[in-house]
Design a protein around this ligand. Structure first.
Ligand code: M6R
Length: 606
């Protein structure tokens, strides 16, 4: 939620800061701003809107300076206004600050500062940091001491960066429960809330941990603990993502590009060494209870995992929505909590993981972002290796998480004898064939998905239904159209419908039904029953399925006839089909596909 960038160089940094903000925009994009040191004070330019528009309107690159910080915002405290955009200045206009996270004691700090005659220009929690530093400087002492003192006064979560003409050759930054990374260049250094802030300029990074601050100069950096000023030595991390991967590569939107990357990202998951999967599977098997946690899409990935663990490994794996997990489940010693997260920074999942640690549970994670909080916190980690996912809406990261969970379920099933080696081998072969199944699907069926979406884009109230593993498929597919097309879509088990929601059925609400392959006879039959119940009440049904006989039965009002796939991998084909359907619905409606309204890529607040 919000992106921070900072650059210190021997040449002007304004252009690079704008570029960096563009690469961070997926973290939040309601307003943005920059601050540069170039004389007596800090020059700030900011406004509401997307980076490209604001940078042009506010002439960001006309402000010159060799030291600068920048921010792209996703509002938490205070409306979306130019005044609430970052950077924030202290009363004297010297100290400029950008902040991510939520300062929970900001009201108390603010009223103390107002009593001391500080005047505030924004409604944000963040502005207190600039005034605190200014106030701390009144007693004499260094800027660094004033900065540390301010950080020690903050409660809640923060990643903060500060520049001031008092120390014109330094950027000060610190973190607690909000990510912050240093980038190391040639006579030029960077800070960022993630690698995208500086991946165009350097691949060498150092991750700050909670409770640490850094002083960054052109030539180097120093990290210390905020609490006791103990110096920290940390290994340099090499980022393998290339810049081009993070770009659109000819696609009109990142979402479409990322959907099309799935044959390769799924391939990445298949490349994860078997020993690594087995190591995690052994831990899962020895746990008293196994909990799979995520939120939003990752909760649905976890739910897919739950169904695969039940059907393949014959053991319960409880999927929990991480925002509710600490309150809804009693998790303790000998339990294993596996967090699923693209960013590795999501507040709700991080909180659930921390609670698990506190209660003595063992922890594991499936994460995409290297060096992220979850990747560092969990005892065992599988990096899914999907590369940067720029579109706010998760696609390629989600299917990779599902695939990783499928591989884990297979391994657990093999270890506990629930499946024979020959069956494991046969199912692995199906998984190995998935990249080409998805690639063929994308090449041959995209046009059908597009036409279907165009025919139905005008209907904005939907029930998304599925049985068995097609229930989480329906939930995830409904989330996709909600997020990107802003259509009301309620996902539920097809069998649950008749227990109340069926009262909604009329000719206005449409149902989108996800079918298993016909070979799954019982599941297929009961899904047909749900469709019949809807049709009997005058409802209209659109279905995703692969059955020629169903296609010709006259039961459906419209359909996407999917290619035949083995039951083990068919749910992933349905997920990809639904991603395309959501994408084309959104483009038919002229939505802002990569940055849907009100959303942020990484939700790092409660
Ligand atoms: O970074 P994470 O995977 O932990 O994020 C979890 C959710 O916030 C995320 O999946 C969200 O639901 C996406 N917008 C889904 O498209």
């Amino acid at each position: 939620m919000c992106g921070i960038s900072g650059i210190i160089s021997s040449a002007d940094v304004s252009g690079k800061l704008v570029e960096s903000l563009r690469n961070l925009e997926y973290r939040g994009y309601d307003s943005c701003g920059i601050a540069l040191l170039n004389g007596a004070g800090a020059t700030v330019r900011k406004n509401i809107g997307y980076v490209a528009d604001v940078a042009e309107k506010e002439l960001f690159t006309d402000v010159k300076g060799r030291v600068g910080i920048a921010h792209t915002r996703w509002a938490t405290h205070g409306k979306v206004t130019s005044g609430n955009a970052h950077p924030h200045l202290c009363c004297g206009g010297k100290t400029a600050v950008v902040h991510n996270g939520i300062i929970t004691n900001y009201r108390k700090l603010k009223s103390d500062l107002i009593r001391k005659k500080h005047s505030f220009k924004s409604e944000t929690d963040s502005e207190v940091v600039a005034h605190l530093i200014e106030e701390n400087l009144k007693g004499g002492g260094s800027l660094e001491a004033a900065f540390i003192k301010a950080l020690r006064m903050l409660e809640g979560s923060f990643a903060v960066a500060m520049i001031s003409p008092g120390e014109p050759e330094k950027i000060f930054c610190g973190r607690n429960e909000s990510p912050l990374i240093l980038g190391l260049g040639e006579n030029e250094n960077y800070i960022g809330s993630d690698f995208n802030a500086f991946v165009e300029y350097t691949r060498n990074a150092v991750v700050l941990e909670d409770g640490e601050y850094a002083v960054v100069s052109r030539e180097g950096y120093e990290i210390r603990r905020i609490g006791d000023l103990e110096p920290i030595e940390r290994d340099i991390l090499r980022i393998e993502w290339d810049v081009e991967t993070a770009r659109k590569g000819g696609y009109p939107h990142y979402m479409l590009k990322e959907i099309h990357e799935q044959p390769s990202t799924i391939g990445q998951v298949l490349e994860i060494p078997e020993e690594h999967i087995r190591e995690m599977a052994e831990k899962m098997l020895s746990a008293r209870n196994l909990f799979l946690m995520g939120v939003g899409t990752t909760y649905y990935s976890a739910m897919m995992g739950q169904y695969y663990f039940s059907s393949i490994a014959g053991i319960p794996a409880y999927a929990l929505s991480s925002d509710e997990a600490p309150e809804s489940a009693s998790i303790g010693r000998n339990d294993l909590v596996l967090a699923v997260s693209q960013s590795g920074e999501t507040y709700d999942t991080l909180r659930a993981l921390k609670t698990a640690v506190k209660n003595g549970a063992r922890t594991a994670a499936i994460v995409n972002v290297i060096g992220s909080s979850m990747a560092r916190m969990a005892e065992s980690v599988i990096m899914q290796g999907s590369g940067p996912e720029i579109c706010v809406v998760s696609t390629k990261a989600a299917t990779s998480q599902m695939l990783t969970l499928m591989r884990l379920a297979l391994e657990v099933g093999a270890l506990n004898g629930a499946i024979k080696p020959a069956r494991k081998k046969a199912l692995i072969e199906k998984l190995n064939g998935l990249p080409s199944v998805i690639s063929d699907f994308l090449n041959e069926y995209s046009g059908f998905a597009r036409s279907l979406a165009q025919r139905h884009a005008g209907h904005d109230s939907w029930l998304y239904l599925g049985r068995g593993v097609y229930y989480p498929v329906a939930l995830e597919s409904a989330l996709k159209v909600k997020e990107v097309a802003y259509q009301h879509a309620e996902g539920m088990p097809a069998g649950f419908l008749k227990h109340g929601t069926i009262a909604l059925i009329d000719d206005k609400i449409r149902s989108m039904v996800f079918f298993p392959p016909q070979a799954e006879k019982e599941l297929f039959k009961t899904t047909v029953s749900a469709v019949e119940e809807i049709k009997a009440r005058g409802g209209k049904v659109v279905a995703f399925h692969s059955s020629k006989s169903l296609a010709n039965s006259g039961l459906l009002d419209d359909q996407l006839l999917l290619p035949k796939a083995h039951p083990f991998i068919a749910p992933i084909v349905s997920i990809v089909a639904a991603q395309l359907y959501a994408y084309f619905t959104a483009t038919a409606l002229g939505r802002n596909v990569d940055k849907p309204r009100a959303l942020a890529k990484s939700v790092t607040v409660a």
